[in-house]
Design a protein around this ligand. Structure first.
Ligand code: PGA
Length: 309
């Protein structure tokens, strides 16, 4: 069968009114046009749908079935229109975000503000490392990603929106934490606790040491920033972490920033999407929100932005 929505709409109206003239009026059509649509529908089904006995219209048995399906199909179409309208006006929708583990520390604050402005929106957040984020983008499994600068040649669009300073930290009594300035030579004699392979923080640190032709002595790797910071507090090694992850430890003075030559390493946070991705209305609004509101929100929460040693 090759039915059209128009035929179903005309049929539903005729049956509701049990009258061709009234249906034609409701649909702003001529009566012959209405009769033609019904005739075409009957040709499609190859069965009579409406019968006229005396002056009255009646539904045949097949006509009754057609009417039931026509009503539910048209209702679904109305529901779809309503859903689209709500998505356009941000009354509903789902935002699928993925962020680097390190960015998670401030992204949750951004989301808390955003969710207040758009309470009807649902959000899912995937927190993982850089290489897995690139996979998610490749598979088109999220709307937007927040991460360090993505590599070239992957058909991604990336907008920078915040600095990400990486600093060296140690427990407060470490002898290097007490020095005014730690040279690169001194730093290269130390052992570090580092993030797992695939982490952007780790590759930035590796690049820093290799650019300076220095050895980067790594003692242990760990898959999240909490573990790394804890390890540094316990003296398992020095650590290189984003300043954005240090809010609590700096306040509680359980970690200290080591004033090392060449640090902070300044990376940036980017909001990233696939080229050609057609963002939903809510994802578009969230992207604008990140670009415009991040600085203010970070200041409101006193998240450290600059290294004060
Ligand atoms: P992370 O950070 O993968 O080390 O959590 C992301 C980045 O700096 O690119």
């Amino acid at each position: 069968m090759n039915l059209t929505f128009r035929q179903l709409k005309v049929f539903e109206s005729v049956v509701r009114h049990l009258n061709y003239t009234n249906a034609a009026k409701e649909l702003h059509l001529s009566q012959p046009a209405v009769s033609m649509q019904i005739k075409q529908l009957e040709e499609q089904t190859n069965m009579p749908l409406i019968e006229k006995i005396g002056k009255k219209l009646y539904l045949t048995e097949v006509g009754q079935e057609m009417y039931n399906y026509a009503r539910s199909t048209l209702q679904q179409l109305l529901d779809l229109e309503e859903t689209i309208a709500q998505m356009k006006t941000l009354q509903q929708g789902h935002l699928k975000l993925a962020v680097a583990s390190t960015a998670n520390h401030f992204v949750i604050r951004l989301l808390a503000r955003f969710a207040k402005d758009y309470p009807k929106i649902s959000i899912s957040l995937d927190v993982t490392n850089r290489s897995l984020l690139l996979e998610l983008l490749e598979k088109n499994e999220c709307d937007l990603v927040i991460m360090g600068r993505p590599p070239e040649g992957r058909n991604l669009t990336a907008l920078p929106f915040l600095e990400n300073p990486l600093v060296v930290v140690s427990y407060p009594d470490h002898y290097l934490a007490k020095k005014k300035l730690v040279s690169l030579q001194e730093l290269s004699l130390e052992e570090f606790v580092v993030r797992e392979q695939g982490s952007g923080t780790r590759s930035a640190a590796e690049r820093f040491f290799s650019d300076h032709n220095l050895e980067f002595k790594t003692k242990m790797d760990m898959s999240n920033n909490h573990a790394i910071k804890h390890a540094a507090e316990e003296g398992l090694g020095l650590a290189i972490v984003s300043l954005h992850t240090l809010e609590l430890e700096l306040k509680a003075k359980t970690l200290k920033i080591v004033n090392a030559e060449g640090f902070p390493i300044y990376r940036h946070w980017y909001v990233v999407q696939r080229e050609g991705k057609r963002l939903s209305p809510i994802a578009t609004v969230f992207k604008d929100f990140i670009m415009q509101r991040t600085d203010q929100i970070i200041q409101d929460f006193n998240i450290p932005l600059r290294a004060t040693i």
